[in-house]
Ligand binder design. Structure first.
Ligand code: HEM
Length: 395
């Protein structure tokens, strides 16, 4: 009896989807399992799956996650066009971030007027705090001092984001969430949601990028040496590297670009949703469809990069090594109206950490351990697998 009910349900869902799919002229895409869609294709190794889907179906393809419709965009022009269109500024209510954002509040998960106000409010107040100014650089340098002084605090600061989840009581994370639960006033809730968003969006992304940076340079001692040689020549060893040195350190800047390209932490960005039934790039897009940017696949497209698997900062340098060649195909922070709010902070932070760490230390892989590789550990973000390194203070 139960098996008959299941069979009827599966047939009904399949028929519903077939008829519904025929109603729309949707982009091409892989066939899915009724009720589950393509969840098994993309869930385990999304970076591999989305690269293969882009290869097979092109720069715009359609798939489903359960019963949710999704469209993935695989070139910069399509992503720009879509993410600059107010119709695609929505967020999915199912989003994980809603848990942190106390419902659809804050910045990441909110939409419509609330999103406009919260984003504007946050940017204005972060600027008062020194966001994008010298004050922020001073704060980053203070953090760096703690980190670069070989100490437990430094090691803990790298681990901090994961500690929140591993020890929620000890780190105060549960306390923070309990405070949020006590407030029902909209203003306070929104403020807590914004703080939670900045913490959630900023901490783990930055620390994972830094973990990738150290790994790439430990695996590639020749690149590490070129970075150090330029820092020694331009800044020397008697003072720290600052943001004012940036334009004189093209190799560091190119290395940063390559770190963002190669790590591609946020495989398909954060999904946007379509606010109404509409058409895009010649296809129908039903209301509620998730619109995603195929960031990892663009960053690893052999047609764009030739050797995407290699870590090679020189791809972003002129032949004489003096000028940085920026590429619009590097888009770790996404594009359009919802582009990462912390982009400048993250760029400054990683630049300062990268240059100051390698000014003072040489880092190599531990020869007694299995050789680490570039294969990521898949979670909400792509992290490097655990690795062991040897850190030596430079003479
Ligand atoms: C390497 C570090 C980072 C990466 C790779 C990154 C990447 C991203 C991406 C791909 C998005 C989605 C944009 C979209 O919806 O199209 C995003 C959104 C966001 N990021 Fe970042 N991010 C980083 C660091 C930060 C930092 C340091 C902060 C805050 C201090 C931050 C705050 C935010 C916020 C608030 C949003 C939501 C924007 C909105 O919905 O309007 N991020 N980030």
């Amino acid at each position: 009896m139960i098996s008959q009910i299941i069979l009827i349900l599966v047939v009904a869902i399949a028929a519903y989807h077939y008829l519904n799919k025929r109603k729309w002229k949707l982009p091409p895409g892989p066939p899915g399992i009724p009720g589950l869609g393509n969840i098994f294709t993309v869930a385990k190794t999304p970076h591999v799956a989305h690269s293969q889907l882009k290869e097979k179906y092109g720069d715009i393809y359609y798939f489903t996650l359960g019963t949710t419709r999704a469209v993935c965009l695989g070139n910069v022009q399509l992503i720009k066009e879509c993410f600059n269109d107010p119709n695609y500024n929505g967020r999915a209510k199912e989003m994980l971030t809603c848990i942190l954002s106390q419902g659809q509040h804050g910045i990441i998960a909110s939409e419509g007027q609330e999103w406009v106000e919260q984003r504007r409010f946050t940017l204005r107040h972060l600027r008062d705090f020194g966001f994008g100014k010298n004050l922020m650089e001073n704060l980053i340098m203070e953090e760096l001092d703690d980190f670069a002084r070989p100490s437990l605090a430094g090691i803990l600061s790298l681990l901090a984001p994961s500690l929140l989840h591993m020890a929620p009581e000890l780190t105060g994370w549960n306390h923070f969430k309990r405070i949020g639960d006590q407030f029902h006033d909209d203003g306070v809730r929104s403020l807590l949601a914004v703080i939670g968003d900045l913490f959630f969006a900023g901490a783990e992304t930055s620390s994972a990028t830094l973990a990738w940076s150290v790994l790439y340079l430990a695996i590639n001692p020749d690149i590490q040496k070129k970075l150090q040689d330029q820092i020694d020549e331009v800044v020397g060893k008697s003072r720290q590297v600052t943001l004012a040195d940036r334009s004189n350190l093209p190799y560091a800047e190119a290395t940063l670009q390559e770190i963002f390209r190669k790590s591609s932490l946020v495989v398909t960005g954060v999904m946007h949703t379509a606010g109404k039934d509409t058409t895009f790039a010649g296809y129908d897009i039903p209301k509620g469809t998730w619109m995603m940017a195929n960031i990892y696949a663009i960053h690893h497209d052999a047609k764009l990069w030739g050797d995407p698997g290699n870590f090679r900062p020189e791809r972003f340098l002129s032949t004489d090594g003096k000028k940085v060649i920026k590429s619009e195909n590097v888009l770790p922070f996404s594009l359009g109206k919802r582009i990462c709010l912390g982009e400048n902070l993250a760029r400054d932070e990683i630049f300062l950490f990268l240059t100051n760490i390698f000014q003072r230390f040489s880092i190599s892989v531990d020869p007694t351990q299995p050789k680490p590789d570039y294969e990521p550990k898949v979670g909400f973000l792509l992290h490097p697998k655990d690795y062991q390194i040897i850190v030596q203070e430079r003479a």
